[in-house]
Design a protein around this ligand. Structure first.
Ligand SMILES: Cc1cc2nc3c(=O)[nH]c(=O)nc-3n(C[C@H](O)[C@H](O)[C@H](O)COP(=O)(O)OP(=O)(O)OC[C@H]3O[C@@H](n4cnc5c(N)ncnc54)[C@H](O)[C@@H]3O)c2cc1C
Length: 309
């Protein structure tokens, strides 16, 4: 009988829940870095009742847990995650009522963007090509080219860690640059948006333009998780790193991208420890030369005793 920390067994999880319960699930297959050891268990709750039951088990037994979306903004350690990874892929509703759209957190963000554009709904075209799920995008207040996922948001549906379902307006959430304050420690289940109207043709022309600009600037050919650090006020991370001559620096099979100095790429077979080594090197050098403390945008998962900064 396989036991999790807290004495909870996989068998008990399977007996209690209707969604998939996967044991020793390799997380490298679920992250865009293509790096990371296994999750002891990965659970995909079927609906909010199932999630409530799962949350109860997690909290009552004190099992470490983590919510994983598309894995496009996380670095998972080489040893993986010794607990329960919660994946909300079944929260995938998509309902249009005129210009108002209700969408589930488990939807792929870029698919959601293109579904809206197809209906002549404007406002998300500049977010084209951002990997991950809608839930992850809301949690990160993902954005690009001066647009953010929260721009046309009406409300977010979430479940807090006491199991209460809540609906929070945009102002109740409180969005900032890559932050969504009141939903930071919740299960984000979905959101409702209201978009201005545009022409389908015009919106797809804008989308294509954005996609080609992204292609020019970013190292698409290698697995990455996008920008490693938040933009420090008054600076561009890429420029700081480039000016220090760190572009192209390697540790093991991880490299500071020669194309974009704010991104680390996996050249194939990189370890999480290689990526973390580059992260700490860049932070130390930027602090030493410019007095600027770079804050991680990406989240470190399963690194015991290592601070997520
Ligand atoms: C090539 C590339 C380009 C990128 N370009 C951009 C860009 O232009 N702009 C930008 O903002 N980002 C960019 N990113 C980063 C990434 O795409 C975003 O941060 C994205 O929103 C992460 O979503 P995700 O579903 O993958 O989240 P994950 O990486 O799975 O998780 C990120 C965080 O969100 C939490 N989370 C995920 N889902 C939920 C949920 N349902 N409920 C509660 N918490 C949840 C996780 O616990 C974690 O804390 C890029 C990444 C890549 C690989």
């Amino acid at each position: 009988m396989t036991q999790l920390p807290g004495g909870l067994t996989i068998e008990a999880l399977r007996a209690e829940l209707r969604g998939e319960v996967l044991e020793n699930e390799p997380l490298k297959d679920r992250t865009t870095y293509r790096i990371g050891g296994p999750a002891r268990v990965l659970v995909c709750p079927k609906d909010s009742e199932d999630l409530r039951r799962l949350n109860e088990l997690i909290r009552s037994r004190g099992v470490p847990s983590f919510i994983l979306g598309g894995g496009a903004n996380v670095l998972v350690s080489d040893t993986g995650f010794d607990g329960i990874v919660v994946h909300l892929k079944h929260f995938n509703r998509l309902e249009f009522q005129g210009a108002t759209v209700a969408a589930g957190a488990g939807l792929a963000l870029d698919g959601f963007v293109s579904q809206c554009l197809k209906r002549g709904l404007a406002g998300l075209e500049r977010l084209s090509g951002i990997p991950g799920t809608l839930g992850g995008a809301l949690r990160m207040n993902a954005g690009a080219f001066d647009a953010e996922i929260s721009d046309h948001l009406l409300e977010v549906e979430c479940m807090d860690f006491d199991g209460n379902r809540r609906f929070l307006s945009k102002s109740q959430v409180g969005f900032d640059y890559r932050r969504a304050h009141a939903i930071r420690d919740t299960y984000i289940l979905g959101a409702t948006f209201h978009f201005p109207k545009g022409t389908v043709e015009g919106l797809f022309i804008a989308r294509e333009e954005i996609l080609s600009r992204r292609c020019e600037k970013q190292p698409w050919q290698y697995p990455t998780a996008g920008s490693v650090f938040k933009r420090p006020p008054g600076h561009y991370t890429g420029r700081l790193v480039e000016d220090l001559g760190l572009k192209g620096t390697r540790i093991g099979r991880a490299q500071i991208s020669p194309k974009h100095a704010g991104i680390i790429v996996n050249l194939g077979g990189a370890k999480a420890s290689d990526v973390l080594g580059l992260i700490r090197l860049v932070q130390a050098e930027v602090l030493r030369h410019y007095g600027v403390q770079l804050e991680l945008e990406q989240e470190l998962i399963g690194f015991d005793g290592i601070e997520n900064v």
